[in-house]
Design a protein. Sequence first.
Lengths: 341, 207
Amino acid sequence: MIHKANIRPAWVVLVLLLLFTLAFTLVKTSDSSTPKTVQPEQEKPTIIDLSKFKNAAENESCLKCHGQSKYTYENPESKKTVTKRMYTELVLDRNVFYVSNHREFKCTDCHSEDYSTFPHAGNLRMEAKANCIDCHGGDEKYAKFKFEQIESEFQASVHSEKHSQDFTCWMCHNAHTYKINARTNENLKETITYDNLICLNCHGDVKNYQLLTNKTKPNILQKHEWLPNQASHFTNVRCIECHAKNEDTLVVAHHVVSKSQAVRKCESCHSKNSILYASLYKYKVSEKIQKEGIILGLLTGDATSIGPDKSNTLNIISLVIFGFTLLVIIIHAVFRIKKLN
Amino acid sequence: MNHHTEPLYLYPIWIRIWHMTNALLCLVLIITGLSIQFSNPETVVKFNAAVSAHNVAGIILTISYAVFFIGNLFTPNGASYVIPVKGFLIRLKKQFIYYTVGIFQRQDPPFPVTEESKFNPLQQVTYVVLMYGFVPFVILSGWGLLYPEITLNSFIGFSGLDLTDLLHITAGFVISIIMCVHVYFCTIGKKPLSNFKSMINGYHESH
């Protein structure tokens, strides 16, 4: 018998739904874990304790001019003090340099000793800039970063092929400010944003883009209009994931390919053999597993690509449950047919 | 046809249309869901086609669920989903024993279908858990995946999107299992196909 006095479950669910919506809205509006955007480098008051760096005092003789946007000198002929603007690209922010990977270097480790005289000799501006491989090549200490592979990938990339000598490591990595990121940053989203900003520095800024080409800069948003959930893809996937040949051995792929070779098929990422599980994501997941153990590492891994099964264990469990259900049904059916006939 | 028991008109037209829509949508959602879950370049249904079909079917399912939900708030059909608490476990056990033992001894079902109670205790508890638990959950989490920006970025240390994904596929899996059992149990009627006919013509044939 139906007890008319009882409450229909639909009403209960309706109330629960309303409560859920309320709670969700409250949590969502106070959600503090929104990924932080990487702050653009900007001038900040010096907070770096220069006494901590062994070459800082010596470097100050350069940075007293190159550490700021203007420099002052005494004109020996007019005896007047002259203040001039420093070219933006010649300014080095101490706050950025002294947290960068090359912070322990002396300016003259890489630049000519002749810079110690002012005004600098004109021919010094012909000085060649060292590329990564010039110092890091063939060094055991840096073997794990695979600079040789990076160099050969870069040489094969469209960046190197199309722009020849003009395109050097410096286009994306300024040795004064470069700071290791993909391997050390625990926040995957920050790494993604960091890596993508490197691309956007030229591909999102016509001034830099046209330094290397006379072509009109394509509109990135329009070119990627076909991509579903564009915003989500842009914040969760690195440009190089689709625009470079990813090898398992490199965390950051450098073999950037032409747009005709870029990945366009959904299942290239959204599949069991996702290309995302090469490079960064593979590295992050294995790091996480080392730190947190297999179960927690896999469950909390935030390398998200919706769809493809990530957990083999869950697949096996579901297959066993499904098989067991089918088995019970078959046994039940067989007995029914047997007994009833 | 056995004429000594009058067929009961149990399933009004809106229920039958809803049930048929629901069944078709579930099939589409299971097939496309599996294609997405086990996506690889060789799957029968291509990933983007599967995603589009899954999204469309999910949206229609939301509408169809709303019809069911509102219908059960205001029509007599909703009364079938009310579980009388008193003595429920005993009745559940009775039904369970019937399915595991009694049915093979040609016993009569302990809770025959009547106009007042069209579900036996086991059906009642399954349908309530399914229709008021898993189905609304799978719909909500599905919308969360359709619009990832509304999903929480993180939840107790988990990535919100990953967790939603995991719970969505788990709920989908449970629903699929229940659906398999449901289809099998439907063969336990007057004749193996009687209950399927009932859901087409609306009349229930008693044992």
